[in-house]
Write a protein that binds this ligand. Structure first.
Ligand SMILES: Nc1ncnc2c1ncn2[C@@H]1O[C@H](COP(=O)(O)OS(=O)(=O)O)[C@@H](OP(=O)(O)O)[C@H]1O
Length: 289
């Protein structure tokens, strides 16, 4: 960071190699580096908001697009050189961060991440798993409608013909946080995984960001003045140090598809035990349904 602050906007020489880009300023080498921290999930948990908010920190360089390296075979087999080439340019001392929510539930991801760097810091942003499931369904419904396709109502996917919960429903599987976290804890110590409360991040982002800064070993640079509540969006938006303002796009905060009260009650009852197991694993509780 000292290096970061001391660098004037100097002349930049860019050299692009086969897969990676290196830029040399007067004082430091700007290059693409492997991530020192990864936001591994959960899908629809607030991973984009967390990444964008962390990018307010001058010591952080973020990969804008989801990389899907550790969860997709066709990417993983391209090797670490390819992965590094997806990363942003960063200065020495800056922390590179990427987010791919698909990592969390991918069985092969924890071992692969560890093989890359056993010291990498992991961020897991969670939210009420019932609400997450509805958000997940809403996204799939939206994408199908965009392609002119029909999709079954949520109750049809969530409940069996006899009215009981269908534990095989994919979006429900993704909400069984303890199952996925269990695999990560086989490969990484608990202290290396920081859990962010996604519901709290929506209500009041600053305290969650302070905790994330501390976990990442970053000096405190993100301030309450970096956020403002946008009443049109119904969410906090960002006020970067460099000026301007930025809200997340319309794919975040879509009106959720309906779920009948009876089905929601069954879902909440079903999730009670998995949630308890997750709370035990992370050593804290959340006010979920
Ligand atoms: N500040 C701010 N602005 C907009 N949206 C915010 C913000 N903070 C958190 N969120 C919540 O992020 C939810 C989407 O989560 P993800 O970004 O992880 O989704 S994805 O998995 O990448 O598709 C999204 O969920 P839905 O409301 O269900 O769409 C938002 O509630």
């Amino acid at each position: 960071l000292r290096e970061l602050r001391s660098i004037p906007p100097a002349t930049t020489i860019t050299t692009a190699t086969a897969s990676n880009t290196t830029e040399t300023t007067a004082n430091a080498t700007v290059m693409q580096r492997l991530p020192g921290a990864i936001i591994i999930g959960v899908r629809k948990g607030g991973t984009r908001a967390l990444l964008e908010m962390l990018s307010l920190h001058p010591g952080v360089a973020v990969a804008k697009a989801e990389v899907h390296f550790f969860n997709l075979e066709e990417h993983y087999h391209r090797g670490l050189g390819w992965y590094r080439a997806q990363m942003p340019l960063s200065l020495p001392g800056q922390l590179t961060v990427e987010k791919t929510p698909g990592y969390f539930a991918a069985p092969q991801a924890p071992g692969r991440v560890r093989a890359m760097d056993r010291g990498v810091r992991l961020l897991l942003i969670v939210r009420d798993p019932a609400e997450r499931l509805v958000s997940d369904y809403t996204q799939v419904l939206h994408n199908r409608r965009q392609r002119g396709k029909l999709y079954r109502p949520l109750e049809d996917l969530l409940l069996r013909a006899d009215g009981s919960i269908d534990a095989g429903y994919k979006a429900l599987q993704r909400s069984l946080y303890y199952q996925h976290l269990g695999r990560w804890l086989e490969r990484f110590p608990r202290a290396q995984i920081h859990v962010v409360d996604g519901d709290a991040l929506v209500q009041e982002p600053f305290p969650e960001l302070q905790r994330a800064e501390r976990f990442l070993g970053l000096p405190p640079r993100i301030a309450p003045s970096n956020f403002y509540f946008n009443s049109t969006k119904g969410f906090y938006c960002l006020l970067p140090h460099a000026g301007g303002d930025r809200c997340l796009d319309e794919s975040k905060g879509r009106p959720h598809a309906p779920l009948r009260a009876g089905a929601r009650r069954k879902l909440c009852r079903f999730l009670r035990e998995p949630n308890q197991r997750f709370f035990q694993m992370v050593g804290r509780t959340f006010a979920w349904c």
